[in-house]
Design a protein around this ligand. Structure first.
Ligand code: MN
Length: 321
């Protein structure tokens, strides 16, 4: 997915100043963002109250939308730099094309993982013949300085490890949860998991006390560490937890995101994660002049045009808020 804001602000994030070393229960409202003409998403990261959770730096939750008589998701070719994108669906399908030549339909509970490294371009669309409902999340993971210039790649994993117990069914999307590790490639210690809670769930999910965590709701209502949670908000949990109490009276579905606090300071602008203003400017110029990022073949439509850069220099700041 692309940031389709025509005048996006630069977001400075990373650094440990904003990290809660102890457990907290910080409920953060997402905001509604219009993507193109038909798709509305709930943006949970970056958030006014929080910009990153571990290396997770961008989270959009969309749907469930009835797209029976609509084109559905139509995100034209656009570039990425310095990050990984995670496509995660509960309903529907997304056809991914990229400048490496990948052509892959990603279906519910399969991992579509694109590592941009220094440069990649991709498009995402609902296929012409698509399921009635589209429901999913698009997430970005910031790459650390040591590997952000790595070669771009795309991975598709149909089979992911699962952890079950006490009414809870967890699918490990990325990283490691309770000893079960996703096959997806990661570059910093982190976890992303899909949590399905059956009616009557009363479970405790083992966590890593060195990670910071947050939870978002995909569907239903639940109580996470006692906090009632519904779709549209993000519950930041801080670090220092060895387990997380989860309860649900009726079926619910959550995503758990966590990771070692991301100590490096970064700048996010449009679809790029960088360290300096010059890198952002250069990447924008490269995309506009159709160099570096490569071409996406087969998408029926024009590539996205980069938005105008904000007037002030984009400098990383010492404090993340
Ligand atoms: Mn994208």
């Amino acid at each position: 997915m692309s940031n389709l804001d025509t005048t996006p602000a630069a977001t400075r994030c990373g650094g440990r100043a904003d990290v809660s070393a102890a457990p907290v229960r910080d409920l953060l409202a997402g905001r509604t963002v219009q993507l193109g003409e038909s798709t509305e998403v709930r943006r949970l990261l970056p958030n006014l109250g929080r910009r990153m959770v571990g290396a997770w730096c961008f989270v959009d939750h969309y749907g469930p939308d009835d797209i029976a008589d609509e084109p559905g998701m139509q995100v034209p070719p656009h570039p990425h730099m310095g990050l990984q994108t995670v496509s995660w669906l509960h309903d529907g399908e997304v056809l991914h094309r990229d400048s490496l030549g990948s052509l892959q339909t990603v279906r519910p509970r399969e991992l579509g993982l694109m590592t941009s490294g220094r440069a990649i371009a991709h498009s995402e669309e609902s296929p012409r013949d698509h399921a009635r409902y589209l429901h999913g999340a698009q997430l970005w993971v910031a790459l650390p300085d040591a590997t952000r210039d790595t070669a771009p790649s795309f991975e598709h994993h149909r089979v992911l490890p699962e952890v079950t117990g006490g009414g809870l069914h967890a699918t490990v999307i990325l990283g490691d949860l309770d000893g079960a590790a996703s096959p997806g490639t990661i570059h910093t210690p982190l976890v992303g998991a899909d949590l399905t809670l059956a009616a009557g769930t009363d479970a405790r999910l083992p966590l890593d006390p060195d990670f910071e965590y947050a939870v978002l709701t995909m569907s239903g209502e639940s109580h996470v560490d006692g906090v009632p949670l519904t779709p549209g908000s993000l519950l930041y949990l801080g670090c220092g937890r060895r387990e997380l109490p989860l309860r649900a009276d009726t079926p619910a579905s959550l995503m758990l995101l966590g990771g070692e606090p991301f100590a490096e300071r970064i700048i996010m602008w449009w679809n790029f994660v960088a360290r300096t203003s010059e890198e952002i400017t250069d990447a924008r110029t490269a995309w506009q002049s159709a160099t570096r990022f490569g071409d996406v073949h087969g998408y029926d439509g024009e590539r996205l045009t980069a938005p105008v850069l904000p007037p002030t220099p984009l400098k990383p700041r010492g404090r993340a808020r």
